[in-house]
Design a protein around this ligand. Sequence first.
Ligand code: ATP
Ligand code: LTN
Length: 331
Amino acid sequence: MEKKRILSGIQPSGNLMIGNYIGALKSWVKMQEEYDCYYVLVDMHAITVRQDPKILRRRCYDFIALYIASGIDPEKSAIFIQSHVSAHAELAWVLNCITYTGELNRMTQFKEKSVKNIKNINAGLYTYPVLMAADILLYQAHFVPVGHDQKQHLELARDLAQRFNSLYSDTFTVPKPYIPKVGARIMSLQEPEKKMSKSDENINNYIALLDEPDIIRAKIRRAVTDSNTSIEYDNNRPGISNLITIYSIITEKSFDEIKDDFKNKGYKEFKDDLAEVIIEYLKPLQNNYKRIRNDKQYLEDVLKNGKEQAFRSARKTLSKVYRKVGFIQPT
Ligand code: ATP
Ligand code: LTN
Protein backbone atom coordinates (compact mmCIF):
# COMPACT_ATOMS: atom_id res chain seq x y z
CA MET A 1 0.00 0.00 0.00
CA GLU A 2 1.27 3.48 -0.81
CA LYS A 3 2.13 5.67 2.14
CA LYS A 4 -0.01 8.74 2.78
CA ARG A 5 1.59 12.15 2.21
CA ILE A 6 2.52 14.80 4.74
CA LEU A 7 3.54 18.35 3.98
CA SER A 8 4.36 21.13 6.40
CA GLY A 9 6.40 24.30 6.47
CA ILE A 10 7.95 26.93 8.70
CA GLN A 11 8.97 30.47 7.79
CA PRO A 12 12.62 31.45 8.22
CA SER A 13 11.81 34.44 10.42
CA GLY A 14 12.80 35.16 14.01
CA ASN A 15 14.22 32.39 16.18
CA LEU A 16 12.84 28.87 16.06
CA MET A 17 11.37 28.35 19.52
CA ILE A 18 9.86 25.76 21.78
CA GLY A 19 6.26 26.46 20.64
CA ASN A 20 7.21 25.67 17.03
CA TYR A 21 8.82 22.47 18.24
CA ILE A 22 5.94 21.31 20.44
CA GLY A 23 3.20 22.45 18.03
CA ALA A 24 4.76 21.30 14.78
CA LEU A 25 8.30 19.92 14.55
CA LYS A 26 7.71 17.20 17.14
CA SER A 27 4.85 15.81 15.02
CA TRP A 28 6.98 16.09 11.90
CA VAL A 29 9.62 13.86 13.47
CA LYS A 30 7.08 11.30 14.62
CA MET A 31 5.21 11.20 11.32
CA GLN A 32 8.20 10.50 9.11
CA GLU A 33 8.23 6.86 10.23
CA GLU A 34 4.80 6.17 8.80
CA TYR A 35 4.25 8.71 6.04
CA ASP A 36 5.82 10.06 2.90
CA CYS A 37 6.95 13.45 4.23
CA TYR A 38 7.79 16.79 2.60
CA TYR A 39 9.13 19.47 4.92
CA VAL A 40 9.63 22.87 3.37
CA LEU A 41 11.29 26.05 4.56
CA VAL A 42 8.94 28.74 3.26
CA ASP A 43 11.28 31.60 2.41
CA MET A 44 8.73 33.11 0.00
CA HIS A 45 6.27 33.41 2.86
CA ALA A 46 8.94 35.04 5.05
CA ILE A 47 9.38 38.03 2.71
CA THR A 48 5.77 39.12 3.29
CA VAL A 49 7.44 40.85 6.24
CA ARG A 50 10.57 42.87 5.43
CA GLN A 51 13.72 40.75 5.87
CA ASP A 52 17.38 41.69 5.73
CA PRO A 53 18.74 39.58 2.80
CA LYS A 54 21.98 38.69 4.59
CA ILE A 55 20.17 37.54 7.71
CA LEU A 56 17.55 35.67 5.70
CA ARG A 57 20.24 33.74 3.82
CA ARG A 58 22.02 32.74 7.02
CA ARG A 59 18.79 31.92 8.80
CA CYS A 60 17.71 29.53 6.04
CA TYR A 61 20.78 27.39 6.75
CA ASP A 62 20.21 27.72 10.50
CA PHE A 63 16.63 26.50 10.18
CA ILE A 64 17.47 23.59 7.88
CA ALA A 65 20.16 22.52 10.37
CA LEU A 66 17.56 22.81 13.13
CA TYR A 67 15.08 20.66 11.20
CA ILE A 68 17.73 17.95 11.00
CA ALA A 69 18.96 18.44 14.58
CA SER A 70 15.36 18.02 15.78
CA GLY A 71 15.26 14.58 14.22
CA ILE A 72 14.01 15.11 10.67
CA ASP A 73 16.02 12.55 8.74
CA PRO A 74 16.85 13.58 5.15
CA GLU A 75 17.02 9.87 4.25
CA LYS A 76 13.37 9.50 5.18
CA SER A 77 11.86 12.92 4.41
CA ALA A 78 12.32 15.48 1.65
CA ILE A 79 13.70 18.70 3.15
CA PHE A 80 13.68 21.64 0.75
CA ILE A 81 13.36 25.37 0.26
CA GLN A 82 10.18 26.83 -1.22
CA SER A 83 11.88 29.23 -3.67
CA HIS A 84 13.85 26.32 -5.16
CA VAL A 85 10.66 24.87 -6.63
CA SER A 86 9.01 27.48 -8.84
CA ALA A 87 5.78 25.47 -9.06
CA HIS A 88 4.76 26.95 -5.67
CA ALA A 89 4.47 30.46 -7.11
CA GLU A 90 2.90 29.14 -10.31
CA LEU A 91 0.15 27.17 -8.61
CA ALA A 92 -0.45 30.05 -6.20
CA TRP A 93 -1.35 32.23 -9.19
CA VAL A 94 -3.95 29.77 -10.48
CA LEU A 95 -5.40 29.40 -6.98
CA ASN A 96 -5.49 33.19 -6.57
CA CYS A 97 -7.89 33.21 -9.47
CA ILE A 98 -10.38 30.96 -7.66
CA THR A 99 -10.03 32.65 -4.24
CA TYR A 100 -12.54 35.31 -3.21
CA THR A 101 -11.29 38.48 -1.55
CA GLY A 102 -14.03 37.94 1.04
CA GLU A 103 -12.27 34.76 2.12
CA LEU A 104 -8.93 36.52 2.53
CA ASN A 105 -10.51 39.41 4.42
CA ARG A 106 -11.52 36.97 7.15
CA MET A 107 -8.02 35.62 7.83
CA THR A 108 -7.01 36.44 11.40
CA GLN A 109 -3.26 36.10 10.78
CA PHE A 110 -3.53 38.77 8.06
CA LYS A 111 -5.39 41.08 10.40
CA GLU A 112 -2.85 40.54 13.20
CA LYS A 113 0.18 40.97 10.95
CA SER A 114 -1.34 44.11 9.36
CA VAL A 115 -1.55 45.72 12.78
CA LYS A 116 2.07 44.78 13.49
CA ASN A 117 3.34 45.96 10.06
CA ILE A 118 1.22 49.02 9.57
CA LYS A 119 3.77 50.56 7.12
CA ASN A 120 3.96 47.46 4.95
CA ILE A 121 0.54 45.89 4.45
CA ASN A 122 1.53 44.39 1.10
CA ALA A 123 -0.42 42.23 -1.34
CA GLY A 124 1.80 39.24 -0.50
CA LEU A 125 0.74 39.39 3.14
CA TYR A 126 -2.86 39.40 1.94
CA THR A 127 -2.57 36.44 -0.44
CA TYR A 128 -0.20 34.54 1.87
CA PRO A 129 -2.82 31.82 2.63
CA VAL A 130 -3.19 31.10 -1.10
CA LEU A 131 0.54 30.45 -1.43
CA MET A 132 0.26 28.19 1.60
CA ALA A 133 -2.59 26.29 -0.08
CA ALA A 134 -0.37 25.88 -3.15
CA ASP A 135 2.44 24.47 -0.95
CA ILE A 136 0.10 21.81 0.35
CA LEU A 137 -1.94 20.97 -2.74
CA LEU A 138 1.09 20.64 -5.04
CA TYR A 139 2.18 17.56 -3.09
CA GLN A 140 -1.30 16.01 -2.78
CA ALA A 141 -0.77 16.02 0.99
CA HIS A 142 -3.27 14.05 3.08
CA PHE A 143 -2.22 15.57 6.42
CA VAL A 144 -0.61 18.84 7.47
CA PRO A 145 0.94 18.88 10.97
CA VAL A 146 0.68 22.44 12.32
CA GLY A 147 -0.09 24.41 15.47
CA HIS A 148 -3.57 25.72 16.20
CA ASP A 149 -2.94 29.16 14.64
CA GLN A 150 -2.83 27.56 11.16
CA LYS A 151 -6.27 25.93 11.36
CA GLN A 152 -8.01 28.71 9.45
CA HIS A 153 -5.42 28.61 6.66
CA LEU A 154 -5.89 24.86 6.40
CA GLU A 155 -9.63 25.33 6.02
CA LEU A 156 -9.00 27.66 3.11
CA ALA A 157 -6.66 25.11 1.50
CA ARG A 158 -9.41 22.49 1.81
CA ASP A 159 -12.02 24.85 0.32
CA LEU A 160 -9.74 25.71 -2.61
CA ALA A 161 -9.00 22.03 -3.30
CA GLN A 162 -12.70 21.21 -3.31
CA ARG A 163 -13.55 24.25 -5.42
CA PHE A 164 -10.95 23.42 -8.05
CA ASN A 165 -12.02 19.76 -8.09
CA SER A 166 -15.63 20.68 -8.69
CA LEU A 167 -14.94 23.48 -11.22
CA TYR A 168 -12.70 21.23 -13.34
CA SER A 169 -12.42 17.61 -12.22
CA ASP A 170 -10.80 15.64 -9.45
CA THR A 171 -7.23 16.99 -9.20
CA PHE A 172 -6.26 17.68 -5.60
CA THR A 173 -6.27 15.57 -2.46
CA VAL A 174 -8.27 17.47 0.16
CA PRO A 175 -5.80 17.89 3.07
CA LYS A 176 -6.62 17.48 6.74
CA PRO A 177 -4.93 19.42 9.53
CA TYR A 178 -3.03 17.39 12.11
CA ILE A 179 -3.04 19.46 15.29
CA PRO A 180 -1.71 18.00 18.57
CA LYS A 181 -4.29 17.69 21.37
CA VAL A 182 -1.98 19.32 23.91
CA GLY A 183 0.58 21.97 23.03
CA ALA A 184 -0.93 23.27 19.78
CA ARG A 185 -0.95 26.74 21.25
CA ILE A 186 1.95 27.48 23.57
CA MET A 187 1.51 30.95 25.03
CA SER A 188 3.92 33.85 25.40
CA LEU A 189 5.93 33.84 28.66
CA GLN A 190 5.44 37.54 29.41
CA GLU A 191 1.96 37.97 27.91
CA PRO A 192 0.28 34.59 28.36
CA GLU A 193 -2.93 35.73 26.74
CA LYS A 194 -1.20 35.78 23.31
CA LYS A 195 0.54 32.94 21.52
CA MET A 196 4.29 32.43 21.74
CA SER A 197 5.78 33.68 18.50
CA LYS A 198 9.29 33.31 17.11
CA SER A 199 9.34 36.83 15.64
CA ASP A 200 8.29 38.49 18.88
CA GLU A 201 10.28 41.67 19.48
CA ASN A 202 10.60 40.74 23.13
CA ILE A 203 12.90 37.72 23.28
CA ASN A 204 11.76 37.09 26.86
CA ASN A 205 8.43 35.93 25.45
CA TYR A 206 9.86 32.71 24.09
CA ILE A 207 12.42 29.98 24.72
CA ALA A 208 14.46 29.64 21.53
CA LEU A 209 15.61 26.13 20.66
CA LEU A 210 19.18 27.40 20.82
CA ASP A 211 18.93 29.34 24.08
CA GLU A 212 21.80 28.68 26.52
CA PRO A 213 20.91 27.15 29.93
CA ASP A 214 21.35 30.42 31.84
CA ILE A 215 19.11 32.26 29.41
CA ILE A 216 16.44 29.58 29.81
CA ARG A 217 16.65 29.83 33.61
CA ALA A 218 16.29 33.61 33.48
CA LYS A 219 13.38 33.56 31.02
CA ILE A 220 11.42 30.98 33.03
CA ARG A 221 12.12 32.77 36.30
CA ARG A 222 10.70 35.95 34.76
CA ALA A 223 7.66 34.25 33.20
CA VAL A 224 4.42 35.91 34.25
CA THR A 225 2.19 33.91 36.60
CA ASP A 226 -0.39 35.28 39.06
CA SER A 227 -0.88 36.03 42.74
CA ASN A 228 -2.19 32.54 43.45
CA THR A 229 0.19 29.86 44.73
CA SER A 230 -0.98 26.41 43.67
CA ILE A 231 0.66 24.62 40.73
CA GLU A 232 -2.61 23.76 39.10
CA TYR A 233 -3.92 23.94 35.52
CA ASP A 234 -6.77 26.43 35.36
CA ASN A 235 -8.13 28.21 32.26
CA ASN A 236 -8.48 31.39 34.29
CA ARG A 237 -4.76 31.34 35.11
CA PRO A 238 -3.10 31.44 31.67
CA GLY A 239 0.50 32.01 32.85
CA ILE A 240 0.90 29.06 35.20
CA SER A 241 -1.29 26.85 32.97
CA ASN A 242 1.03 27.50 30.05
CA LEU A 243 4.09 26.54 32.10
CA ILE A 244 2.32 23.41 33.33
CA THR A 245 1.47 22.50 29.73
CA ILE A 246 5.13 22.78 28.71
CA TYR A 247 6.20 20.76 31.76
CA SER A 248 3.59 18.11 31.05
CA ILE A 249 4.57 17.67 27.41
CA ILE A 250 8.26 17.35 28.19
CA THR A 251 7.98 15.04 31.20
CA GLU A 252 4.89 13.19 29.89
CA LYS A 253 3.29 13.67 33.32
CA SER A 254 -0.41 14.49 33.54
CA PHE A 255 -1.64 17.80 34.99
CA ASP A 256 -2.84 15.90 38.08
CA GLU A 257 0.52 14.23 38.64
CA ILE A 258 2.24 17.61 38.37
CA LYS A 259 -0.21 19.12 40.85
CA ASP A 260 0.56 16.29 43.31
CA ASP A 261 4.33 16.54 42.81
CA PHE A 262 4.26 20.25 43.66
CA LYS A 263 1.57 20.13 46.34
CA ASN A 264 3.56 21.76 49.10
CA LYS A 265 5.87 23.71 46.89
CA GLY A 266 5.73 27.19 45.41
CA TYR A 267 6.21 28.85 42.03
CA LYS A 268 9.93 29.20 42.57
CA GLU A 269 10.52 25.46 42.96
CA PHE A 270 8.24 24.67 40.04
CA LYS A 271 9.96 27.19 37.79
CA ASP A 272 13.44 26.02 38.80
CA ASP A 273 12.45 22.47 37.98
CA LEU A 274 10.80 23.47 34.71
CA ALA A 275 13.92 25.33 33.56
CA GLU A 276 16.09 22.25 34.19
CA VAL A 277 13.60 20.02 32.41
CA ILE A 278 13.66 22.28 29.35
CA ILE A 279 17.47 22.51 29.38
CA GLU A 280 17.79 18.70 29.38
CA TYR A 281 15.12 18.39 26.70
CA LEU A 282 16.92 20.75 24.34
CA LYS A 283 20.45 19.49 25.03
CA PRO A 284 20.61 16.69 22.41
CA LEU A 285 19.10 18.97 19.77
CA GLN A 286 21.58 21.74 20.57
CA ASN A 287 24.52 19.33 20.39
CA ASN A 288 23.37 17.94 17.05
CA TYR A 289 22.83 21.43 15.74
CA LYS A 290 26.41 22.60 16.26
CA ARG A 291 27.75 19.66 14.31
CA ILE A 292 25.27 19.90 11.43
CA ARG A 293 25.38 23.68 11.04
CA ASN A 294 29.17 23.56 10.58
CA ASP A 295 28.90 21.18 7.64
CA LYS A 296 27.73 23.46 4.84
CA GLN A 297 28.41 20.88 2.12
CA TYR A 298 26.15 18.38 3.87
CA LEU A 299 23.37 20.98 4.13
CA GLU A 300 23.75 21.83 0.41
CA ASP A 301 23.50 18.12 -0.46
CA VAL A 302 20.36 17.68 1.65
CA LEU A 303 18.74 20.67 -0.06
CA LYS A 304 19.71 19.48 -3.51
CA ASN A 305 18.18 16.06 -2.92
CA GLY A 306 15.10 17.56 -1.33
CA LYS A 307 14.62 19.94 -4.22
CA GLU A 308 14.85 17.13 -6.78
CA GLN A 309 12.30 15.03 -4.93
CA ALA A 310 9.95 17.98 -4.43
CA PHE A 311 10.32 19.14 -8.03
CA ARG A 312 9.21 15.79 -9.47
CA SER A 313 6.10 15.65 -7.37
CA ALA A 314 5.20 19.32 -7.83
CA ARG A 315 5.65 19.29 -11.63
CA LYS A 316 3.23 16.41 -11.96
CA THR A 317 0.46 18.30 -10.18
CA LEU A 318 1.19 21.61 -11.89
CA SER A 319 1.06 20.07 -15.41
CA LYS A 320 -2.29 18.55 -14.56
CA VAL A 321 -3.60 21.90 -13.31
CA TYR A 322 -2.37 23.80 -16.37
CA ARG A 323 -4.01 21.25 -18.66
CA LYS A 324 -7.31 21.40 -16.79
CA VAL A 325 -7.60 25.19 -16.78
CA GLY A 326 -7.03 25.22 -20.55
CA PHE A 327 -3.40 26.36 -20.93
CA ILE A 328 -1.84 24.85 -24.05
CA GLN A 329 1.31 22.81 -23.59
CA PRO A 330 4.48 24.52 -24.87
CA THR A 331 6.07 22.67 -27.74
P1 ATP B 1 6.35 34.28 13.19
O1 ATP B 1 6.27 34.89 14.56
O2 ATP B 1 7.70 34.40 12.57
O3 ATP B 1 5.24 34.64 12.27
P2 ATP B 1 5.51 31.70 14.29
O4 ATP B 1 6.19 31.50 15.60
O5 ATP B 1 4.05 31.94 14.30
O6 ATP B 1 6.28 32.72 13.40
P3 ATP B 1 5.50 29.97 11.98
O7 ATP B 1 6.66 29.88 11.05
O8 ATP B 1 4.38 30.85 11.54
O9 ATP B 1 5.89 30.40 13.44
O10 ATP B 1 4.96 28.53 12.30
C1 ATP B 1 5.70 27.37 12.34
C2 ATP B 1 4.85 26.27 12.95
O11 ATP B 1 4.82 26.43 14.37
C3 ATP B 1 3.38 26.28 12.51
O12 ATP B 1 2.93 24.96 12.35
C4 ATP B 1 2.67 26.94 13.65
O13 ATP B 1 1.33 26.55 13.74
C5 ATP B 1 3.48 26.43 14.83
N1 ATP B 1 3.39 27.36 15.95
C6 ATP B 1 3.69 28.67 15.93
N2 ATP B 1 3.52 29.22 17.13
C7 ATP B 1 3.08 28.22 17.95
C8 ATP B 1 2.72 28.17 19.32
N3 ATP B 1 2.77 29.25 20.08
N4 ATP B 1 2.32 26.99 19.83
C9 ATP B 1 2.28 25.89 19.06
N5 ATP B 1 2.60 25.86 17.76
C10 ATP B 1 3.00 27.02 17.20
N1 LTN C 1 1.60 29.66 7.23
C1 LTN C 1 2.41 28.85 8.05
C2 LTN C 1 3.66 28.40 7.37
C3 LTN C 1 3.37 27.59 6.15
C4 LTN C 1 2.87 26.27 6.12
C5 LTN C 1 2.77 25.94 4.74
C6 LTN C 1 2.49 25.36 7.09
C7 LTN C 1 3.53 28.00 4.87
N2 LTN C 1 3.20 27.00 4.02
C8 LTN C 1 2.29 24.71 4.34
C9 LTN C 1 2.01 24.12 6.67
C10 LTN C 1 1.91 23.82 5.31
C11 LTN C 1 2.71 29.61 9.30
O1 LTN C 1 2.68 30.79 9.31
N3 LTN C 1 2.99 28.93 10.33
